[in-house]
Design a protein around this ligand. Structure first.
Ligand SMILES: [Zn+2]
Length: 409
């Protein structure tokens, strides 16, 4: 039996516990004991603050190639989208796989043990191989895309999408999910079919929702209501649903998402880069790196709260524990892994250690370690990553070489 002794570990409460012994049975946590003064013989010692593995609930791995290339200068979300389309149009399967492999490896360095890849390039098998190679868990979220965008994004019909996803099987470490790209790309009747397929398989269902005001206006004109309300009428909120972005919600959208128990996946580093606006999410909060312009879930977590402070002039809408839950248990659950993202018996033994020894966090008092991690840590403070009870070999130089190789010049 593998055992890890944590100097400090966050078990879901308001702060960290000291001297936590985690024993694993295979890839699951078997027992968790607190106040164990010293590491027993045979236990691996984890110095610093141990968190459950981080879940990145919304990613488009290929967009990592745009980092540094689209942020300067003028424009809007819609001009950025043209740059993204130009990149997407030039990528074949091998290029998608190389980019996904390198990007997932970068995520592993950042403490991400589960990623939800929202795939509309339709090289799903390549994405699956990439996650296996990087050693992290994957929910492959196959997006139905019927109208607009590039020809390569589009399915011939919702039936063709259903046929494709129905044929797929998931290897160990991988689960499947469904997506409605957006109400721009999928009409309500087709959305209803996607929701039914997701429900039939027990898959999580994701959709981009109200990222931009123009999307709301277009939906209002076409269908006479907001994207959330139109999706709700199509039965989408009855699934294990995650609204991605949910930036420009109306009051009745907020009520619909809250009462249905949906997740809202916020992607603040992307939303601010694309001038999307500031979302104030209802329902259960999850987090995503989306465009991968930045891969750092600590930054995403604190940005949700800090953006709200700027917007409202009030501090503390979200507690530190809520933000940490968004980055862990909620992300896992929104991706169809409800047994992950927590440190408790029976949970997946996915763990991330945040070092408190570096200049950024040295001097942190144990009682405030979770606060320090959420409000000040970065991915650079991640000192070990364990997936299914097995430590990953973190090698930043190798990952940098992979990225250099994968990013088109
Ligand atoms: Zn997205």
């Amino acid at each position: 039996m593998t055992a890890f002794w944590c100097e400090l570990a966050w078990l879901g409460g308001a702060g960290a516990e000291a001297g936590v012994l985690i024993e694993c049975d295979g890839e699951r946590i078997a027992t968790v004991r607190t106040a164990v003064a010293a590491a027993p013989a045979g236990a691996q010692r984890l110095n610093g603050l141990v968190l459950p593995g981080l879940a990145n609930a919304h990613s488009h791995a290929f967009q990592r190639a745009l980092r540094g290339r689209t942020h300067g200068g003028e424009g809007t979300f819609w001009t950025w989208r043209e740059q993204m389309y130009a990149l997407a149009d030039g990528l074949d399967e091998a290029a998608v796989e190389a980019l996904a492999r390198a990007t997932f490896a970068e995520m592993a360095l950042a403490g991400i043990t589960l990623v939800g890849e929202f795939d509309y390039l339709h090289h799903s098998e390549a994405v699956i191989r990439a996650a296996q190679d990087a050693g992290i868990r994957l929910t492959l979220i196959d997006a139905c895309y019927l109208h607009g965008g590039l020809p390569r994004f589009r399915d011939a019909s919702v039936e063709a999408w259903a046929e494709r996803v129905g044929r797929r099987s998931a290897p160990p470490g991988v689960r499947l999910g469904a997506a409605i790209h957006s109400i721009r790309a999928v009409d309500p009747e087709s959305a209803r079919v996607v929701a039914a397929v997701a429900a039939e398989h027990g898959w999580p269902l994701h959709a981009h929702v109200s990222e931009q005001p123009a999307e709301n206006q277009d939906c209002q004109q076409r269908y006479g209501d907001s994207p959330t309300a139109v999706l709700a009428r199509a039965g989408v909120l009855e699934a294990l649903f995650t609204a991605v972005h949910a930036t420009h919600l109306l009051e009745h959208d907020r009520a619909l998402l809250e009462s249905s128990g949906a997740f809202c996946c916020m992607c603040p580093t992307t939303e601010r880069d694309l001038a999307d606006g500031i979302g104030t999410p209802p329902g259960r909060l999850a987090l995503g790196s989306d465009s991968n312009a930045v891969i750092d879930l600590f930054e995403e977590a604190r940005a949700v709260e800090l953006n709200e402070r700027l917007l409202t002039g009030v501090r503390g809408k979200h507690t530190v524990a809520e933000l940490a839950t968004a980055a862990t248990a909620n992300g896992y659950a929104s991706l169809g892994w409800p047994e992950g993202g927590r440190i408790e018996p029976g949970a997946l033994a996915d763990l991330v250690t945040v070092s408190l020894d570096g200049p950024r966090l040295a001097g942190t008092r144990p009682a405030e370690a979770l606060d320090a991690a959420v409000f000040a840590a970065t991915r650079e403070d991640v000192s070990s990553v364990i997936v299914g009870g097995r430590p990953l070999n973190l090698d930043p130089e190798r990952v940098a070489a992979q990225l250099r190789e994968a990013i088109p010049q």
